[in-house]
Design a protein around this ligand. Structure first.
Ligand code: GLA
Length: 402
């Protein structure tokens, strides 16, 4: 064969491959999922392994009664420990004591409330809590999940030894799609293999960018086995810097689930946590007990103006646009051309923070309206900059509209 023919054949194959991959993406039953960051609740942060059918049902009830459903929360997600074994045919078995009516009954109940149902598994041989993982059972599990009415799968990364992360998650996405049900795929690989570089390509709808969140303002702590790390809220925030361009409709960076209301931070700190997650276009997955929230906690989780920032249809993740010591500015461009802006004070005393238009990408001479998203109040028109006193460990969050 002549070299030119070889080149021709090679380029044709590349084109064909690209066309096939493109077609595969367009044919995915899951292609229109999570066009805005998923909102819901997950059992892990508060309950760890103590999950049960009764608790999950009452949490779904509480999601409706508390007004969270009306505010946009949809998914009710059971994390680790719902599963105990596999039967002789290899089917995954739910804990018969804790889920006596089985997982389909749980899904049916959640759906009857107009909500969606999520479960958890793991790409390796065992989950992080040592329950059976999905390795080698991907297609079998996907069919089972679809039969139960599962809408969302969080897929963890424990006990994966030499597995390739990208290939493992691509395999699970293919299995989920082959089930015929549109299921959100939440990649929980903790950022180790930089899932932001390949998560979208393999059909992941969100991917964890860090190790687990812990219910505290700042700092990192090693796991008991010496590996790194569980992270305070600010430690997670800092690890989002530079990742903003990888997020967009259908595929989001996931800085982990919310700790709002779990008791380890003050309400001021929780307001900061929630506001920053909205700026990050993060999935808003509550992790507290929705059945007995204080009204302050409920008001944070259901602040519709802040939620609207997170859910803005443009789907741009915000970024840190300025910092000076403990003071920072985070800004997110919105579809109407406005910017949502968080003035953050990480320090231990109240301080003034200034948002300059040039840091937000607006010319200095522009006059813009400023609206406070926690006071729900128009603050007036400002030229070139806006300043506010910001409490220690607090934020002021505003919308700036030229
Ligand atoms: C890992 C995940 C957590 C949680 C637990 C469950 O640590 O990162 O979010 O799912 O496993 O065991």
């Amino acid at each position: 064969m002549r070299t030119s023919d070889q080149v021709l054949i090679a380029s044709a194959s590349v084109l064909l491959l690209c066309a096939c991959l493109g077609a595969q993406e367009n044919n995915r039953v899951s292609k229109d999922l999570a066009l805005t960051p998923p909102m819901g609740w997950n059992s892990w942060n508060k309950f760890a392994c103590s999950v049960s059918e009764d608790m999950i049902r009452s949490m779904a009830d509480a999601m409706v009664k508390s007004g969270m459903k009306d505010a946009g929360y949809q998914y009710v997600n059971v994390d680790d420990c719902w599963q105990v074994s596999r039967d002789v045919s290899g089917n995954i078995v739910a804990d018969p004591q804790r889920f006596p009516h089985g997982m389909k009954a749980v899904g049916d109940y959640i759906h009857s409330l107009g909500l969606k149902f999520g479960v958890y598994s793991d790409a390796g041989s065992k989950t992080c809590a040592g329950r059976p993982g999905g390795l080698g059972h991907e297609y079998q599990d996907a069919i089972q999940y679809a039969a139960w009415g599962v809408d969302y799968l969080k897929y963890d990364w424990c006990n994966t030894t030499t597995q390739d992360a990208k290939a493992s998650y691509a395999n699970m996405r293919a299995a989920l799609d082959a089930s015929g049900r549109a299921i959100v795929l939440s990649i929980c690989e903790w950022g180790t293999a930089k899932p932001w570089l390949w998560g979208k390509e393999v059909g992941g709808n969100l991917w964890r960018t860090t190790g687990d969140i812990s219910d505290k303002w700042a700092g990192q702590a090693k796991w008991p086995d010496g590996s790194c790390c569980s992270n305070g809220m600010l430690a997670i925030l800092d690890q989002q810097v530079g990742l903003q361009s990888y997020a967009g409709p259908g595929h989001w960076n996931d800085p982990d689930m919310l700790e709002v209301g779990n008791g380890g931070m003050s309400d001021t700190e929780y307001r900061a946590h929630f506001s920053l997650w909205a700026i990050l276009a993060a999935p808003l997955i509550a992790g507290n007990d929705l059945r007995n929230m204080r009204s302050e906690v409920r008001d944070i989780l259901t602040n519709r103006e802040v939620i609207a920032v997170d859910q803005d249809p443009l789907g741009r993740e915000g970024e840190r646009v300025w910092r000076n010591g403990d003071l920072e500015l985070w800004a997110k461009p919105l579809r109407d051309g406005s910017r949502a802006v968080v003035l953050l004070n990480r320090g231990s005393a109240e301080q003034e923070v200034t948002a300059r238009w040039e840091d937000l990408g607006y010319p200095d001479h522009v006059s813009a309206s400023v609206h406070d998203l926690w006071q729900h109040k128009d603050l007036g028109k400002f030229n070139g900059k806006f300043s506010a006193q910001v409490a220690s460990h607090g934020i002021v969050m505003v919308m700036v509209t030229p």
